[in-house]
Write a protein that binds this ligand. Sequence first.
Ligand SMILES: [Zn+2]
Length: 233
Amino acid sequence: MGILPNIKSNDRPKVLVTPAQENIKKLKLKVKEMTRRKWFQDSPMLKISALNAVLRGWISYYRHTNAKKIAKDLDFWVNERLFLWLSKRHKASKRKVLDRFKLRENGKRGNFGVVNGDNYPFLYRMSDLPLKKYRSGSPDNPYLEGDWKTSAAQPEKPLSQRIWMGNAENVIWRELKEKIKAERGAQCEQCGSLGKLDLHHLVSRKNKGKDTEDNLQLLCRTCHAQTPSFGRR
Ligand SMILES: [Zn+2]
């Protein structure tokens, strides 16, 4: 190795846990939450993308463990959950849902997916991620180093604090806010504050005010809280 520093004892994966029951439960709760009927307004594509982000994050946290079996069981469970959501959302028989959404992934296995132009977003399968067993000691053979070293970023937690639920309304709302901020400047339209900004309805939603630009005003939290309709919706 000459003058190269010995990196054997550094640069090891830091998270060496197996999926605890508690974290499996947390994942299931999150997926359940995302596939409730109140999210029927979401498109199947939005839903699959949001689920994929959660599943990818969760399993990559465990990629140095022997979680293959757990990943397979969870894949099956998520698949059923999405199946149910699609059936209820489209008020269609299971057969019809399968005909429409169970597609051939890479010309091979059947998986839930959506046709989107040339793209086919498919449900992410956690068991597809190659899991690497962590070796506690130094490898016997230095040429095997590649088997246990990683430079990929490690998520801090199995589930991040803030999760995109795939909520269509939120996405549209966020985009509208960004657009208005870009057009009018990112500051409170009343006091000029550059702090956290809300979109305020001039005519409230309760009074049939629309989510249109001419009915929306950028306000800081303080000014927003002083509007008569604040907190009433
Ligand atoms: Zn203000």
